[in-house]
Design a protein. Structure first.
Length: 330
């Protein structure tokens, strides 16, 4: 025996909140147990190479792939562990391999990655990279083609991961669409209500349409995004785009459970209006009444209204609201 090549994998993507122990174990076992068993059974052989196939999921992270990222992170660490023991080890963190394999067999997933700027590479290119890594005794090599002007960290935002802030800062804020005529979050907050709703609808249609593969003007406003094909991973990407572009937080559950596209638009417009009112000190009668009510006097409906606002508020805005409710000056 002169070499070992570990390529096993199982994919079963789920959001972290939906991840159960069985799903976690099914994804971990091939890489964690498989990799460790190969290490233990071959560490006394005079191997020329010990190659582990990992993924960019452990380098960048990917929405819905916490289990897969953890499995690959173990392989990355195993390679370093072997090198520390003086044993051969090379771990390849593969990106979007085209032509063959998992992504090649799932065209829609591949297209989604392409829209995010994660471009495919050929088998020949992959082979050349592997050959380079072995010839140069590399420990860890990430293989990827990226269009940095489109890349969004596979769902990563500057707030979630400052690690990639320098890569996100200068990229187009619209995600997958140039859309030079889109309004910024500040512009949206200061627009008249009717104009704001029209712009939010235009922007949301463009983004949702690109995710679903449907022309923006063909998206029915009275149908739920879930009915149109929105899955949990698309919802993560859409939520992150909303956070980045509109600077408001709309929970993934709200996107998945919304009864219609129109309902999502109304929710976004309400969130933008609330942020504008808090930043300018202007509130409608309902918001003012709540803000002037002491905590002990809150009704159930008022408390519920406040809880609905919290996801859309920043730390300073929450502090200001609490001070007002406690009868203190902000």
């Amino acid at each position: 025996l002169r070499g070992v090549l570990h390529t096993a994998m199982v994919l079963e993507d789920k959001l972290l909140a939906d991840l159960d122990d069985d799903t976690l174990q099914r994804v971990l076992r091939p890489k964690l147990l498989g990799g460790w068993n190969l290490h233990q059974q071959t560490q006394h052989f005079p191997l020329d190479y010990f190659i582990l196939f990992s993924s960019l999921s452990s380098v960048f992270g990917h929405a819905g792939q916490a289990n897969y990222a953890a499995a690959n992170a173990f392989l990355d660490s195993l390679a370093y562990h072997r090198r520390a023991q003086g044993l051969p080890a090379t771990v390849m963190n593969w990106g979007h391999l085209g032509e063959v394999g998992y992504l090649a067999a799932r065209e829609q997933l591949g297209k989604r990655l392409e829209r995010q700027g994660v471009l495919s590479f050929s088998v020949e290119q992959a082979t050349n990279c592997l050959e380079y890594a072995l010839q140069n005794h590399e420990l860890q090599v990430s293989v990827l083609r990226i269009d940095w002007s489109l890349w969004r960290g596979l769902g990563v935002t500057q707030r979630i991961s400052p690690r990639f802030a320098h890569l996100l800062r200068d990229t187009s804020s619209s995600g997958t669409t140039a859309a030079d005529d889109w309004a910024s979050a500040d512009q949206l907050r200061n627009m008249p209500a009717t104009e704001r709703a029209e712009m939010v609808e235009k922007m949301l249609r463009a983004k949702a349409g690109s995710l679903l593969g449907i022309s923006a003007n063909q998206l029915p406003a009275d149908r739920a995004l879930l009915e149109l094909g929105l899955d949990s991973l698309m919802a993560v990407e859409l939520r992150n785009w909303i956070e980045r572009q509109l600077e408001v937080n709309l929970p993934i559950a709200s996107l998945m459970r919304s009864e219609s596209l129109s309902q999502v638009i109304v929710s976004l417009c309400d969130a933008l209006r609330q942020k504008h009112e808090l930043s300018t000190g202007e509130t409608d009668e309902h918001s003012t009444a709540i803000a002037q009510t002491r905590l002990s006097e809150l009704t159930e409906s008022q408390a519920a209204a406040l809880l609905e606002q919290l996801p859309n508020l920043g730390a300073e805005e929450v502090s200001q609201l609490l001070n007002q409710m406690l009868g203190e000056r902000p």
